[in-house]
Ligand binder design. Structure first.
Ligand SMILES: C[S@@+](CC[C@H](N)C(=O)[O-])C[C@H]1O[C@@H](n2cnc3c(N)ncnc32)[C@H](O)[C@@H]1O
Length: 287
Protein backbone atom coordinates (compact mmCIF):
# COMPACT_ATOMS: atom_id res chain seq x y z
CA UNK A 1 0.00 0.00 0.00
CA UNK A 2 1.33 3.42 -0.89
CA UNK A 3 0.50 7.00 -0.07
CA UNK A 4 -1.90 7.98 2.63
CA UNK A 5 -2.54 4.54 4.01
CA UNK A 6 0.86 4.45 5.59
CA UNK A 7 0.74 8.04 6.78
CA UNK A 8 1.03 7.95 10.57
CA UNK A 9 1.23 4.17 10.48
CA UNK A 10 -2.52 3.69 10.35
CA UNK A 11 -3.59 0.63 8.42
CA UNK A 12 -7.34 0.59 7.84
CA UNK A 13 -9.22 -2.55 8.76
CA UNK A 14 -11.11 -4.41 6.06
CA UNK A 15 -9.49 -2.50 3.23
CA UNK A 16 -9.39 -5.54 0.94
CA UNK A 17 -13.06 -6.25 1.53
CA UNK A 18 -14.00 -2.63 0.84
CA UNK A 19 -12.04 -2.57 -2.41
CA UNK A 20 -13.56 -5.90 -3.43
CA UNK A 21 -17.04 -4.57 -2.61
CA UNK A 22 -16.75 -1.27 -4.40
CA UNK A 23 -14.62 -2.49 -7.34
CA UNK A 24 -13.32 0.95 -8.39
CA UNK A 25 -12.63 1.25 -12.11
CA UNK A 26 -10.63 3.72 -14.16
CA UNK A 27 -12.59 6.94 -14.52
CA UNK A 28 -14.87 6.23 -11.54
CA UNK A 29 -15.66 8.80 -8.86
CA UNK A 30 -15.69 7.36 -5.37
CA UNK A 31 -16.61 9.00 -2.06
CA UNK A 32 -14.75 8.22 1.15
CA UNK A 33 -17.31 9.64 3.57
CA UNK A 34 -15.10 9.11 6.63
CA UNK A 35 -11.66 10.13 5.42
CA UNK A 36 -9.86 9.94 8.82
CA UNK A 37 -6.24 9.04 8.06
CA UNK A 38 -7.09 8.43 4.42
CA UNK A 39 -6.46 4.69 4.35
CA UNK A 40 -9.54 3.80 2.32
CA UNK A 41 -9.01 6.71 -0.04
CA UNK A 42 -5.47 5.52 -0.69
CA UNK A 43 -6.70 1.98 -1.25
CA UNK A 44 -9.27 3.14 -3.79
CA UNK A 45 -6.77 5.39 -5.57
CA UNK A 46 -4.28 2.52 -5.72
CA UNK A 47 -6.85 0.09 -7.04
CA UNK A 48 -7.79 2.06 -10.17
CA UNK A 49 -7.21 5.33 -11.97
CA UNK A 50 -10.27 6.75 -10.22
CA UNK A 51 -11.00 10.00 -8.40
CA UNK A 52 -11.85 10.11 -4.72
CA UNK A 53 -13.75 12.77 -2.81
CA UNK A 54 -12.73 12.43 0.83
CA UNK A 55 -15.04 13.89 3.47
CA UNK A 56 -14.67 14.19 7.19
CA UNK A 57 -16.36 16.33 9.81
CA UNK A 58 -13.02 16.65 11.60
CA UNK A 59 -11.06 19.72 10.38
CA UNK A 60 -7.78 18.09 11.53
CA UNK A 61 -8.41 15.08 9.30
CA UNK A 62 -9.25 17.38 6.39
CA UNK A 63 -6.09 19.42 6.91
CA UNK A 64 -3.95 16.27 7.02
CA UNK A 65 -5.62 14.92 3.92
CA UNK A 66 -5.26 18.16 1.97
CA UNK A 67 -1.58 18.30 2.87
CA UNK A 68 -1.12 14.82 1.37
CA UNK A 69 -3.46 15.11 -1.60
CA UNK A 70 -0.91 16.32 -4.13
CA UNK A 71 0.63 12.83 -4.12
CA UNK A 72 -2.34 11.82 -6.18
CA UNK A 73 -2.26 14.70 -8.62
CA UNK A 74 -5.82 15.95 -9.01
CA UNK A 75 -7.39 12.56 -8.25
CA UNK A 76 -7.99 13.20 -4.54
CA UNK A 77 -9.84 16.11 -2.99
CA UNK A 78 -10.58 16.31 0.70
CA UNK A 79 -13.22 18.60 2.14
CA UNK A 80 -15.03 19.06 5.43
CA UNK A 81 -18.48 17.56 5.51
CA UNK A 82 -20.76 15.32 7.46
CA UNK A 83 -23.24 12.56 6.78
CA UNK A 84 -26.23 14.77 7.43
CA UNK A 85 -25.21 17.15 4.62
CA UNK A 86 -23.58 14.56 2.40
CA UNK A 87 -25.86 14.98 -0.55
CA UNK A 88 -25.25 18.71 -0.72
CA UNK A 89 -21.48 18.29 -0.38
CA UNK A 90 -21.32 15.59 -3.05
CA UNK A 91 -23.46 17.70 -5.39
CA UNK A 92 -21.24 20.72 -4.87
CA UNK A 93 -17.99 18.85 -5.26
CA UNK A 94 -18.63 16.27 -7.96
CA UNK A 95 -22.06 17.04 -9.33
CA UNK A 96 -23.76 14.24 -7.48
CA UNK A 97 -22.74 11.38 -9.75
CA UNK A 98 -20.68 8.85 -7.86
CA UNK A 99 -19.83 5.21 -8.42
CA UNK A 100 -19.23 4.12 -4.85
CA UNK A 101 -19.29 5.36 -1.28
CA UNK A 102 -17.47 3.99 1.73
CA UNK A 103 -18.28 4.67 5.38
CA UNK A 104 -15.87 3.60 8.09
CA UNK A 105 -17.85 4.48 11.17
CA UNK A 106 -16.47 5.43 14.55
CA UNK A 107 -13.46 7.26 15.87
CA UNK A 108 -10.11 7.43 14.06
CA UNK A 109 -6.80 6.35 15.55
CA UNK A 110 -5.63 9.95 15.23
CA UNK A 111 -8.54 11.16 17.31
CA UNK A 112 -7.84 8.49 19.93
CA UNK A 113 -4.09 8.97 20.02
CA UNK A 114 -4.04 12.75 20.26
CA UNK A 115 -4.61 13.47 23.94
CA UNK A 116 -5.82 17.02 23.39
CA UNK A 117 -8.86 15.69 21.48
CA UNK A 118 -10.11 14.18 24.71
CA UNK A 119 -11.34 10.83 23.33
CA UNK A 120 -9.01 8.57 25.26
CA UNK A 121 -9.18 7.26 28.79
CA UNK A 122 -5.50 6.29 28.47
CA UNK A 123 -4.00 9.69 27.71
CA UNK A 124 -4.78 12.69 29.86
CA UNK A 125 -6.40 15.53 28.00
CA UNK A 126 -9.28 17.99 28.15
CA UNK A 127 -12.63 16.21 28.23
CA UNK A 128 -13.62 17.26 24.74
CA UNK A 129 -14.47 14.40 22.29
CA UNK A 130 -15.81 16.67 19.55
CA UNK A 131 -14.99 15.37 16.09
CA UNK A 132 -16.01 18.68 14.56
CA UNK A 133 -15.10 22.14 15.69
CA UNK A 134 -18.40 23.05 17.33
CA UNK A 135 -21.11 21.81 19.65
CA UNK A 136 -21.15 20.59 23.21
CA UNK A 137 -18.15 18.75 24.61
CA UNK A 138 -17.99 15.75 26.91
CA UNK A 139 -17.13 18.14 29.75
CA UNK A 140 -20.41 19.96 29.09
CA UNK A 141 -22.26 16.66 29.36
CA UNK A 142 -20.69 15.43 32.59
CA UNK A 143 -20.84 18.83 34.30
CA UNK A 144 -24.29 20.02 33.21
CA UNK A 145 -26.65 17.13 32.44
CA UNK A 146 -28.72 16.04 35.38
CA UNK A 147 -28.11 12.66 36.97
CA UNK A 148 -31.02 10.92 35.26
CA UNK A 149 -30.01 12.22 31.82
CA UNK A 150 -26.45 11.09 32.38
CA UNK A 151 -27.54 7.65 33.55
CA UNK A 152 -29.85 7.39 30.53
CA UNK A 153 -27.24 8.23 27.95
CA UNK A 154 -24.52 6.09 29.54
CA UNK A 155 -26.91 3.15 29.72
CA UNK A 156 -28.37 3.61 26.26
CA UNK A 157 -25.34 4.61 24.20
CA UNK A 158 -22.71 2.77 26.21
CA UNK A 159 -24.77 -0.20 27.31
CA UNK A 160 -23.17 0.27 30.72
CA UNK A 161 -25.05 -1.85 33.23
CA UNK A 162 -23.77 0.33 36.10
CA UNK A 163 -24.92 3.51 34.35
CA UNK A 164 -26.84 4.79 37.37
CA UNK A 165 -23.88 4.27 39.69
CA UNK A 166 -21.59 5.98 37.19
CA UNK A 167 -23.95 8.96 36.91
CA UNK A 168 -24.21 9.18 40.69
CA UNK A 169 -20.42 9.16 41.04
CA UNK A 170 -20.05 11.83 38.35
CA UNK A 171 -22.57 14.11 40.03
CA UNK A 172 -20.89 13.62 43.43
CA UNK A 173 -17.47 14.41 41.97
CA UNK A 174 -18.57 17.53 40.13
CA UNK A 175 -19.97 18.99 43.36
CA UNK A 176 -16.35 19.26 44.51
CA UNK A 177 -15.05 20.73 41.24
CA UNK A 178 -15.98 20.55 37.55
CA UNK A 179 -14.65 17.44 35.81
CA UNK A 180 -12.28 18.73 33.19
CA UNK A 181 -9.84 15.96 32.24
CA UNK A 182 -10.19 12.55 30.63
CA UNK A 183 -8.21 10.70 33.28
CA UNK A 184 -10.25 12.35 36.02
CA UNK A 185 -13.43 10.97 34.51
CA UNK A 186 -11.83 7.58 33.87
CA UNK A 187 -10.87 7.33 37.55
CA UNK A 188 -14.40 8.24 38.66
CA UNK A 189 -15.83 5.48 36.47
CA UNK A 190 -13.21 2.96 37.57
CA UNK A 191 -14.27 3.68 41.14
CA UNK A 192 -17.72 2.20 40.53
CA UNK A 193 -17.33 -0.23 37.59
CA UNK A 194 -15.26 -3.35 38.00
CA UNK A 195 -12.77 -4.43 35.37
CA UNK A 196 -14.39 -7.16 33.32
CA UNK A 197 -12.80 -10.61 33.06
CA UNK A 198 -11.81 -9.86 29.44
CA UNK A 199 -9.68 -6.98 30.71
CA UNK A 200 -11.65 -4.19 29.02
CA UNK A 201 -11.13 -0.93 30.85
CA UNK A 202 -14.17 -0.06 32.99
CA UNK A 203 -14.21 3.44 31.48
CA UNK A 204 -14.70 2.11 27.93
CA UNK A 205 -18.48 2.11 27.85
CA UNK A 206 -18.91 5.48 29.50
CA UNK A 207 -16.41 7.10 27.14
CA UNK A 208 -18.11 5.51 24.15
CA UNK A 209 -21.50 6.77 25.30
CA UNK A 210 -20.21 10.30 25.71
CA UNK A 211 -18.53 10.25 22.31
CA UNK A 212 -21.72 9.11 20.62
CA UNK A 213 -23.72 11.78 22.45
CA UNK A 214 -21.26 14.62 21.84
CA UNK A 215 -21.12 13.91 18.11
CA UNK A 216 -24.74 12.83 17.74
CA UNK A 217 -23.37 9.89 15.79
CA UNK A 218 -26.62 7.96 15.66
CA UNK A 219 -28.57 11.08 14.68
CA UNK A 220 -26.10 11.66 11.86
CA UNK A 221 -26.73 8.12 10.59
CA UNK A 222 -30.47 8.58 10.82
CA UNK A 223 -30.34 11.81 8.83
CA UNK A 224 -28.17 10.08 6.28
CA UNK A 225 -30.83 7.44 5.92
CA UNK A 226 -33.49 10.04 5.28
CA UNK A 227 -31.41 11.67 2.56
CA UNK A 228 -32.61 11.40 -1.04
CA UNK A 229 -28.96 10.82 -1.92
CA UNK A 230 -29.34 7.39 -0.41
CA UNK A 231 -32.66 6.62 -1.88
CA UNK A 232 -31.28 7.50 -5.31
CA UNK A 233 -28.06 5.62 -4.62
CA UNK A 234 -29.67 2.44 -5.80
CA UNK A 235 -27.15 2.18 -8.63
CA UNK A 236 -24.29 3.16 -6.44
CA UNK A 237 -22.42 0.66 -4.37
CA UNK A 238 -22.00 1.56 -0.74
CA UNK A 239 -19.79 -0.21 1.73
CA UNK A 240 -20.25 0.42 5.41
CA UNK A 241 -17.66 -0.66 7.90
CA UNK A 242 -18.99 -0.57 11.39
CA UNK A 243 -16.43 -1.43 14.00
CA UNK A 244 -17.74 0.34 17.02
CA UNK A 245 -20.39 2.93 16.41
CA UNK A 246 -23.10 0.57 17.50
CA UNK A 247 -21.70 -1.22 20.46
CA UNK A 248 -24.09 -4.13 20.45
CA UNK A 249 -22.58 -7.32 19.09
CA UNK A 250 -25.85 -8.20 17.38
CA UNK A 251 -24.63 -6.00 14.51
CA UNK A 252 -22.22 -8.62 13.37
CA UNK A 253 -21.85 -7.75 9.73
CA UNK A 254 -18.85 -5.61 9.02
CA UNK A 255 -19.11 -4.91 5.33
CA UNK A 256 -22.43 -4.49 3.62
CA UNK A 257 -22.82 -3.80 -0.07
CA UNK A 258 -25.81 -1.85 -1.18
CA UNK A 259 -27.10 -1.02 -4.61
CA UNK A 260 -28.25 -4.07 -6.48
CA UNK A 261 -27.35 -6.40 -3.66
CA UNK A 262 -29.99 -9.15 -3.46
CA UNK A 263 -30.60 -8.43 0.19
CA UNK A 264 -31.41 -4.79 -0.39
CA UNK A 265 -34.97 -3.99 0.54
CA UNK A 266 -37.55 -3.76 -2.21
CA UNK A 267 -37.83 0.00 -1.87
CA UNK A 268 -34.07 0.31 -2.34
CA UNK A 269 -33.49 2.43 0.71
CA UNK A 270 -29.76 2.26 1.01
CA UNK A 271 -29.77 3.27 4.66
CA UNK A 272 -31.05 -0.19 5.32
CA UNK A 273 -27.40 -1.18 5.20
CA UNK A 274 -28.51 -4.40 3.58
CA UNK A 275 -30.46 -6.95 5.49
CA UNK A 276 -28.44 -6.44 8.63
CA UNK A 277 -29.54 -2.85 8.62
CA UNK A 278 -32.80 -3.92 10.16
CA UNK A 279 -30.74 -4.81 13.20
CA UNK A 280 -28.90 -1.53 12.88
CA UNK A 281 -32.05 0.55 12.61
CA UNK A 282 -33.75 -1.30 15.45
CA UNK A 283 -30.64 -0.79 17.44
CA UNK A 284 -30.57 2.92 16.62
CA UNK A 285 -34.19 3.33 17.66
CA UNK A 286 -33.69 1.53 20.94
CA UNK A 287 -30.85 3.77 22.00
C1 LIG B 1 -12.88 5.15 11.78
S1 LIG B 1 -12.40 6.73 11.25
C2 LIG B 1 -12.03 6.52 9.55
C3 LIG B 1 -10.66 5.95 9.32
C4 LIG B 1 -10.30 5.92 7.83
N1 LIG B 1 -11.09 4.95 7.09
C5 LIG B 1 -8.83 5.63 7.63
O1 LIG B 1 -8.50 4.76 6.82
O2 LIG B 1 -8.02 6.28 8.29
C6 LIG B 1 -13.92 7.60 11.18
C7 LIG B 1 -13.78 9.03 10.70
O3 LIG B 1 -15.11 9.44 10.38
C8 LIG B 1 -15.31 10.76 10.81
N2 LIG B 1 -16.73 10.92 11.06
C9 LIG B 1 -17.46 10.38 12.07
N3 LIG B 1 -18.74 10.76 11.97
C10 LIG B 1 -18.84 11.50 10.85
C11 LIG B 1 -19.92 12.17 10.20
N4 LIG B 1 -21.16 12.12 10.69
N5 LIG B 1 -19.66 12.83 9.06
C12 LIG B 1 -18.40 12.88 8.55
N6 LIG B 1 -17.33 12.29 9.14
C13 LIG B 1 -17.55 11.61 10.26
C14 LIG B 1 -14.44 10.90 12.04
O4 LIG B 1 -14.09 12.24 12.27
C15 LIG B 1 -13.26 10.00 11.71
O5 LIG B 1 -12.19 10.75 11.18
Amino acid sequence: MTGLATYGGHVPVLLDQVIASLTPRDGDTMVDATFGGGGYSAGLLDAADCCVLGLDRDPDAVRRGQAQASRWGDRLSVVEGRFSTLEQTVNEQVGGQVDGVVFDLGVSSYQLDEAHRGFSFRHDGPLDMRMGADGKSAADAVNHLDEAELAGLIGRLGEERRARAVARAIVAARKEAPIARTLELAEIVRGVVRRSPDGIDPATRTFQALRLWVNDELGELEQLGASPFYVSAIDTEVAAVDDDVVPDAQINVEVVILGDHPELGADGRAIDFGVKAEDLERSLRNR
